[in-house]
Design a protein around this ligand. Structure first.
Ligand code: ATP
Length: 287
């Protein structure tokens, strides 16, 4: 096998809580993660040259050593010394710097692809262990599905897969730096933490309405005052039939959980026309 085609899937957070700041600067989190249908397409091809080459459909995306795909290949090359190099053709559909782990999922899929192409025989657990060196969300992106993420996001426990959900994703035309959002989070000033265990119980009960109503993201305390458009999109989703709407990760992407396809389509049409969000996609959970 010389080439492999992969789908690197995005995630949303059904719940995101921050418990505190660690001495090393990282934050201790508790998050309910869910893979969704939106994906980037990657084609990995073996090349005889000792090189890592990346091409992408987005001109502004770095294709050098700053790209997480590059870092993933370099990490496996340094660890396992396989012969030759890899060229990667990336077709990006996941919104960038959006709170949907786009870079992390590309890195996870790249590890999966290199493992197969070069017959490294790495287990999923080993790839998760290596992946955390690339980013806190990478182990989850290797694992996928419905999971509780603790520690800095790398301590993962699989939970019962969520039942089918209609999800509308809307990304406003702003870019939010994950690092900046965490830096600005004032732990002392948080009025209310999301009930992560309540979300898990709702998932175990397989009750979509209860899952949606239990959702919460503590990082909205930082991003909503900074970018009021996030609240505007949430309110638009709620007034157009969403059971609930929330920001994903550190934002600015907002997602809504809808009762059926028709309501989701109608809200998508409304948001597209209104224009606060340029990227508005309908998707479903991917377990
Ligand atoms: P998270 O949800 O984990 O916080 P995010 O969705 O907010 O991630 P990404 O889309 O992963 O953010 O990208 C953040 C930054 O990482 C971008 O500004 C981009 O320049 C850089 N980056 C490096 N590699 C990639 C990649 N393969 N895809 C997207 N962005 C990448």
């Amino acid at each position: 096998m010389d080439s492999i085609r992969l789908k690197a899937r995005a995630k949303i957070n059904l719940g995101l809580d921050v418990l505190g700041k660690r001495e090393d600067g990282y934050h201790e989190v508790r998050m309910v993660m869910q893979t969704i249908g939106i994906y980037d397409r990657l084609i990995l091809t073996k090349i005889p040259e000792e090189e890592i080459r990346i091409t992408s459909n987005l001109a502004f995306l770095p294709v050098n050593e700053n790209n997480l795909i590059y870092k993933a290949i370099k990490l496996l090359k340094d660890e396992y010394h396989f012969p030759g190099g890899v060229s990667v053709d990336l077709n990006k559909f996941i919104p960038v710097a959006a709170g949907m782990a786009g870079g992390s999922t590309d890195a996870a899929s790249t590890m999966f692809g290199v493992n197969r192409l070069f017959g490294l025989n790495l287990s999923m657990g080993k790839m998760m262990e290596l992946g955390v060196r690339l980013g806190a969300d990478v182990p989850y992106c290797v694992m996928r599905g419905t999971a509780l993420a603790e520690g800095i996001g790398e301590k993962l426990t699989r939970i019962t897969p969520v039942p089918h959900m209609w999800i509308l994703i809307a990304k406003p035309q702003i870019n939010v730096s994950t690092r900046l959002v965490y830096e600005q989070l004032d732990m002392g000033g948080i009025q209310k933490h999301p009930d992560i265990d309540g979300i898990i119980r709702a998932i175990e009960a397989q009750d979509v309405v209860r899952i949606a109503q239990s959702m919460g993201n503590v990082l909205e305390n930082v991003t909503v005052p900074l970018y009021p458009v996030i609240e505007t999109i949430k309110q638009d989703m709620l007034s157009h039939g969403a059971i609930n709407a929330m920001m994903s990760g550190s934002g600015p992407t907002v997602f809504g959980i809808f009762p059926d396809e028709q309501t989701t389509l109608a809200c998508q049409a409304f948001l597209k026309k209104k224009g606060d969000a340029r990227q508005v996609y309908i998707t479903e959970n991917f377990n």
